[in-house]
Design a protein around this ligand. Structure first.
Ligand SMILES: CC(C)(COP(=O)(O)OP(=O)(O)OC[C@H]1O[C@@H](n2cnc3c(N)ncnc32)[C@H](O)[C@@H]1OP(=O)(O)O)[C@@H](O)C(=O)NCCC(=O)NCCS
Length: 157
């Protein structure tokens, strides 16, 4: 890990030694895996787990309840969410989100709470994901829908 990223707040986070964390990040109580890169201006909340060999590009927000498996690419300005009916007062219900291994999420996408993005799926830039996305799907739009499928990890040479 880069020692003492500048202008950053990192509290109670478990970062693999080989994780690369750039300046100006906020990391609270999360777990970051081996060789994963966290770019500048990323904000990650408590109990988020990010696997090995991921790339989290600048200006990404990842709240509590999100799990990201290995080899996942999160493009700039992706916003995850965890509360379907947000308000300032009263109780709220945490909905968990999972991004399975080798998935990629295009720039500026919004991930509604409680969805699973399938293994090796690709989410087009600017999408809003409101439902689960199947493994290997290329999905795009608002709401995001699968428009095609790419070769599965097993089929890849
Ligand atoms: C989704 C994606 C993979 C599709 O790529 P593609 O299969 O080569 O598709 P094309 O560019 O040929 O476009 C096919 C159609 O889908 C539309 N389309 C492409 N990307 C779209 C998107 N993100 N959202 C909505 N529609 C999209 C195109 O307008 C086109 O429609 P048309 O036929 O009516 O003109 C790609 O456009 C994309 O969004 N990639 C993510 C980019 C990104 O965020 N990278 C992050 C690293 S910086």
């Amino acid at each position: 890990m880069k020692k003492n990223p500048r202008y950053s707040i990192i509290r109670h986070a478990k970062l693999a030694e080989s994780a690369r964390v750039h300046d100006q990040v906020n990391l609270f109580g999360c777990k970051i895996g081996k060789n994963t890169k966290i770019d500048a201006f990323v904000y990650i909340e408590e109990d988020v787990v990010i696997g090995d060999n991921c790339k989290i590009r600048p200006f990404v927000f990842i709240p509590t309840g999100v799990t990201i498996e290995d080899y996942v690419f999160i493009a700039p300005n992706v916003t995850f969410t965890n509360d379907k009916y947000p308000r300032t007062d009263g109780n709220w219900k945490l909905l968990k989100t999972r991004v399975k291994k080798h998935a990629s999420i295009g720039a500026g996408s919004v991930i509604n709470p409680g969805v699973t993005i399938g293994e090796n799926a690709l989410i087009g830039a600017g999408s809003t994901v409101t439902r689960d996305i199947p493994d290997n799907a290329i999905a795009m739009g608002n709401p995001a829908r699968a428009v095609s499928y790419r070769r599965s990890l097993e089929e890849k040479p």
